[in-house]
Ligand binder design. Structure first.
Ligand code: AMP
Length: 115
């Protein structure tokens, strides 16, 4: 058995973090190391899928649920516009292999990727 991910441990209350929103199968927290004025994470409650490619193949409805949750928290915590990023693989900067989306918003620069 592998160790539970940091996000599973947050969901269980073993690591402190505020769950700012949730749906039946997903939850949202603030990123501990924000890269934008608003930097939130949307995460399935299950860590069955390690990245967005596995999630899209295995449970597209859950992927859609993540996008819907991202949209609602971007409306609540930013101006409604947001950038949605799934780092996929270590070479792309993925460090937690429990699929999650970064929701970036609030004063992003225009016309740049990842800026
Ligand atoms: P990634 O590098 O795409 O796998 O994203 C993992 C994200 O999880 C990083 O942006 C981290 O800052 C964030 N993170 C790691 N530990 C915590 C934590 N305890 N609470 C909130 N965010 C965290």
């Amino acid at each position: 058995m592998s160790e539970p991910s940091v996000f599973t441990r947050i969901l269980r209350g073993e690591i402190p973090s505020e769950i700012i929103a949730e749906t039946e199968n997903a939850f949202a927290i603030r990123d501990i190391a924000p890269q934008a004025p608003v930097h939130l994470l949307v995460i399935p409650k299950s860590e069955r899928y390690r990245d967005v490619v596995e999630l899209a193949a295995g449970d597209p409805a859950l992927l859609a649920e993540l996008v819907g949750l991202a949209n609602s928290i971007a409306a609540e915590h930013a101006d409604g516009d947001f950038r949605l990023i799934f780092n996929t693989g270590p070479g792309a900067g993925q460090t937690v292999f429990h699929v999650h989306a970064h929701v970036l918003g609030g004063g992003l620069s225009e016309g740049s990727l990842g800026g």
